[in-house]
Ligand binder design. Structure first.
Ligand code: NAG
Ligand code: NAG
Ligand code: NAG
Ligand code: NAG
Length: 162
Protein backbone atom coordinates (compact mmCIF):
# COMPACT_ATOMS: atom_id res chain seq x y z
CA UNK A 1 0.00 0.00 0.00
CA UNK A 2 1.42 3.36 -0.96
CA UNK A 3 2.01 6.03 1.62
CA UNK A 4 -0.47 8.34 -0.08
CA UNK A 5 -3.15 5.68 0.04
CA UNK A 6 -2.44 4.84 3.65
CA UNK A 7 -2.71 8.50 4.47
CA UNK A 8 -6.00 9.02 2.70
CA UNK A 9 -7.48 5.78 4.08
CA UNK A 10 -6.45 6.88 7.52
CA UNK A 11 -7.56 10.47 7.26
CA UNK A 12 -10.77 10.09 5.27
CA UNK A 13 -12.91 8.93 8.22
CA UNK A 14 -11.61 11.82 10.29
CA UNK A 15 -12.32 14.27 7.49
CA UNK A 16 -15.86 12.93 7.22
CA UNK A 17 -16.35 13.14 10.97
CA UNK A 18 -14.88 16.59 10.93
CA UNK A 19 -17.20 17.88 8.22
CA UNK A 20 -20.20 16.15 9.81
CA UNK A 21 -19.50 17.70 13.18
CA UNK A 22 -19.15 21.02 11.41
CA UNK A 23 -22.61 20.61 9.94
CA UNK A 24 -24.11 19.49 13.24
CA UNK A 25 -22.49 22.17 15.37
CA UNK A 26 -21.65 25.09 13.16
CA UNK A 27 -18.78 26.52 15.09
CA UNK A 28 -18.61 30.25 14.50
CA UNK A 29 -15.14 31.56 14.09
CA UNK A 30 -13.42 28.60 12.49
CA UNK A 31 -13.33 30.39 9.14
CA UNK A 32 -13.07 33.87 10.65
CA UNK A 33 -10.65 36.09 12.52
CA UNK A 34 -12.62 38.46 14.74
CA UNK A 35 -11.36 41.69 16.30
CA UNK A 36 -9.22 40.79 19.31
CA UNK A 37 -8.36 37.33 17.94
CA UNK A 38 -5.11 36.36 16.27
CA UNK A 39 -3.43 33.46 14.51
CA UNK A 40 0.02 32.28 15.61
CA UNK A 41 2.19 29.20 15.19
CA UNK A 42 0.20 26.31 13.75
CA UNK A 43 -3.24 27.89 14.26
CA UNK A 44 -5.31 28.13 11.10
CA UNK A 45 -8.72 29.16 9.86
CA UNK A 46 -10.55 26.90 7.38
CA UNK A 47 -13.28 27.60 4.88
CA UNK A 48 -16.73 26.75 6.22
CA UNK A 49 -17.33 23.94 3.69
CA UNK A 50 -15.28 21.57 5.86
CA UNK A 51 -11.90 23.04 5.08
CA UNK A 52 -11.35 22.99 1.33
CA UNK A 53 -9.11 25.98 1.93
CA UNK A 54 -6.98 26.68 4.97
CA UNK A 55 -5.02 29.78 5.99
CA UNK A 56 -2.08 30.00 8.36
CA UNK A 57 1.70 30.07 8.60
CA UNK A 58 3.66 27.72 6.37
CA UNK A 59 7.27 27.17 5.44
CA UNK A 60 8.19 26.01 1.93
CA UNK A 61 10.30 22.84 1.86
CA UNK A 62 13.14 22.83 4.34
CA UNK A 63 13.41 26.60 4.51
CA UNK A 64 13.28 28.48 7.80
CA UNK A 65 11.24 31.23 6.22
CA UNK A 66 7.62 31.41 7.27
CA UNK A 67 4.79 32.96 5.33
CA UNK A 68 1.07 33.50 5.77
CA UNK A 69 -0.65 31.63 2.97
CA UNK A 70 -3.77 29.86 1.79
CA UNK A 71 -3.53 26.20 0.76
CA UNK A 72 -5.85 23.32 -0.11
CA UNK A 73 -6.84 21.98 3.31
CA UNK A 74 -7.70 18.47 2.13
CA UNK A 75 -4.68 17.59 0.03
CA UNK A 76 -1.98 15.49 1.76
CA UNK A 77 0.76 17.62 0.23
CA UNK A 78 0.58 21.31 0.98
CA UNK A 79 -0.35 23.17 -2.21
CA UNK A 80 -0.21 26.89 -1.57
CA UNK A 81 -2.50 29.06 -3.67
CA UNK A 82 -1.85 32.49 -2.18
CA UNK A 83 0.92 34.14 -0.13
CA UNK A 84 0.64 37.36 1.87
CA UNK A 85 4.17 38.38 2.90
CA UNK A 86 6.04 37.02 -0.11
CA UNK A 87 8.86 39.57 0.11
CA UNK A 88 9.17 39.59 3.89
CA UNK A 89 9.36 36.11 5.40
CA UNK A 90 9.18 35.58 9.14
CA UNK A 91 11.53 33.46 11.20
CA UNK A 92 9.33 32.54 14.17
CA UNK A 93 5.62 31.88 13.56
CA UNK A 94 4.92 31.14 17.22
CA UNK A 95 5.64 34.75 18.21
CA UNK A 96 4.27 36.32 15.04
CA UNK A 97 0.58 37.15 14.75
CA UNK A 98 -2.03 37.73 12.08
CA UNK A 99 -4.74 39.94 13.55
CA UNK A 100 -7.05 42.87 12.96
CA UNK A 101 -5.61 46.26 13.74
CA UNK A 102 -7.52 48.97 15.56
CA UNK A 103 -8.14 50.76 12.26
CA UNK A 104 -9.76 47.64 10.81
CA UNK A 105 -6.92 46.29 8.65
CA UNK A 106 -5.65 42.71 8.73
CA UNK A 107 -2.00 42.95 9.81
CA UNK A 108 0.89 40.53 10.15
CA UNK A 109 3.24 41.36 13.04
CA UNK A 110 6.67 39.84 13.57
CA UNK A 111 8.34 39.00 16.90
CA UNK A 112 9.05 42.68 17.58
CA UNK A 113 5.41 43.58 16.84
CA UNK A 114 6.51 45.34 13.66
CA UNK A 115 4.00 45.31 10.80
CA UNK A 116 5.43 43.06 8.08
CA UNK A 117 2.36 43.05 5.86
CA UNK A 118 -1.17 44.44 5.98
CA UNK A 119 -4.28 44.89 3.91
CA UNK A 120 -4.00 48.42 2.62
CA UNK A 121 -7.53 49.68 3.00
CA UNK A 122 -8.84 51.30 6.15
CA UNK A 123 -12.34 50.21 7.05
CA UNK A 124 -14.94 52.67 8.16
CA UNK A 125 -16.26 50.15 10.69
CA UNK A 126 -13.05 49.14 12.52
CA UNK A 127 -14.80 47.64 15.54
CA UNK A 128 -16.83 45.13 13.56
CA UNK A 129 -14.42 44.42 10.70
CA UNK A 130 -13.59 40.72 10.34
CA UNK A 131 -11.43 38.53 8.08
CA UNK A 132 -13.15 35.48 6.54
CA UNK A 133 -11.78 32.66 4.40
CA UNK A 134 -14.57 31.93 1.91
CA UNK A 135 -15.37 28.53 0.37
CA UNK A 136 -13.82 29.61 -2.96
CA UNK A 137 -10.47 30.35 -1.28
CA UNK A 138 -10.92 34.12 -1.26
CA UNK A 139 -9.80 35.84 1.95
CA UNK A 140 -11.97 38.88 2.53
CA UNK A 141 -11.81 41.70 5.06
CA UNK A 142 -15.34 42.97 5.44
CA UNK A 143 -17.53 45.13 7.63
CA UNK A 144 -19.26 42.39 9.61
CA UNK A 145 -20.44 38.80 9.80
CA UNK A 146 -23.28 39.42 7.37
CA UNK A 147 -22.11 38.10 4.00
CA UNK A 148 -23.51 41.20 2.32
CA UNK A 149 -21.33 43.49 4.47
CA UNK A 150 -19.08 45.84 2.52
CA UNK A 151 -15.78 44.21 1.46
CA UNK A 152 -12.74 46.43 2.10
CA UNK A 153 -10.08 44.08 0.77
CA UNK A 154 -9.93 40.61 -0.82
CA UNK A 155 -7.04 38.32 -1.67
CA UNK A 156 -8.53 37.69 -5.15
CA UNK A 157 -7.55 41.30 -5.98
CA UNK A 158 -3.96 40.51 -4.99
CA UNK A 159 -3.05 37.27 -6.74
CA UNK A 160 0.33 35.65 -6.32
CA UNK A 161 1.87 33.27 -8.80
CA UNK A 162 2.58 30.14 -6.80
C1 NAG B 1 0.75 23.09 17.48
O1 NAG B 1 1.72 23.73 18.26
C2 NAG B 1 1.67 23.36 19.62
C3 NAG B 1 2.63 24.25 20.37
O2 NAG B 1 3.84 24.42 19.68
C4 NAG B 1 1.98 21.89 19.75
O3 NAG B 1 1.93 21.49 21.10
C5 NAG B 1 0.96 21.10 18.95
O4 NAG B 1 1.29 19.73 18.96
C6 NAG B 1 0.92 21.58 17.53
N1 NAG B 1 -0.19 20.93 16.85
C7 NAG B 1 -0.07 20.41 15.65
C8 NAG B 1 -1.30 19.82 15.08
O5 NAG B 1 0.98 20.42 15.02
C1 NAG C 1 10.68 42.76 12.60
O1 NAG C 1 10.64 43.50 11.39
C2 NAG C 1 11.43 44.67 11.41
C3 NAG C 1 11.21 45.40 10.10
O2 NAG C 1 11.41 44.53 9.01
C4 NAG C 1 12.89 44.30 11.63
O3 NAG C 1 13.67 45.49 11.72
C5 NAG C 1 13.01 43.51 12.93
O4 NAG C 1 14.34 43.07 13.09
C6 NAG C 1 12.07 42.31 12.88
N1 NAG C 1 12.13 41.60 14.14
C7 NAG C 1 12.48 40.33 14.23
C8 NAG C 1 12.58 39.78 15.61
O5 NAG C 1 12.75 39.66 13.25
C1 NAG D 1 -5.66 54.28 8.27
O1 NAG D 1 -6.18 55.22 9.17
C2 NAG D 1 -5.24 55.63 10.12
C3 NAG D 1 -5.94 56.53 11.10
O2 NAG D 1 -6.84 57.39 10.46
C4 NAG D 1 -4.08 56.33 9.42
O3 NAG D 1 -3.11 56.72 10.37
C5 NAG D 1 -3.45 55.34 8.45
O4 NAG D 1 -2.42 55.99 7.72
C6 NAG D 1 -4.50 54.82 7.48
N1 NAG D 1 -3.89 53.77 6.68
C7 NAG D 1 -4.12 53.65 5.38
C8 NAG D 1 -3.40 52.53 4.70
O5 NAG D 1 -4.86 54.39 4.75
C1 NAG E 1 -27.63 41.05 5.86
O1 NAG E 1 -27.74 42.31 5.21
C2 NAG E 1 -28.84 42.37 4.29
C3 NAG E 1 -28.75 43.70 3.54
O2 NAG E 1 -28.40 44.74 4.39
C4 NAG E 1 -30.14 42.20 5.06
O3 NAG E 1 -31.24 42.22 4.18
C5 NAG E 1 -30.11 40.85 5.78
O4 NAG E 1 -31.26 40.72 6.59
C6 NAG E 1 -28.87 40.75 6.66
N1 NAG E 1 -28.80 39.38 7.20
C7 NAG E 1 -28.54 39.16 8.47
C8 NAG E 1 -28.48 37.72 8.87
O5 NAG E 1 -28.39 40.06 9.30
Amino acid sequence: MSLTCMKSCFFLPFLLLFSLSFKAHPCRGSDTIFPGQSLSGNQTIRSDDGGTFELGFFTPGNSRNYYIGIWYGRLPTKTVVWVANRDQPLSDPSSSTLQLSHDGRLVLLNQSKTEIWSTDVNSTTPDSTIAVLLDDGNLVVRGGTNSSSVVYWQSFDHPTDT
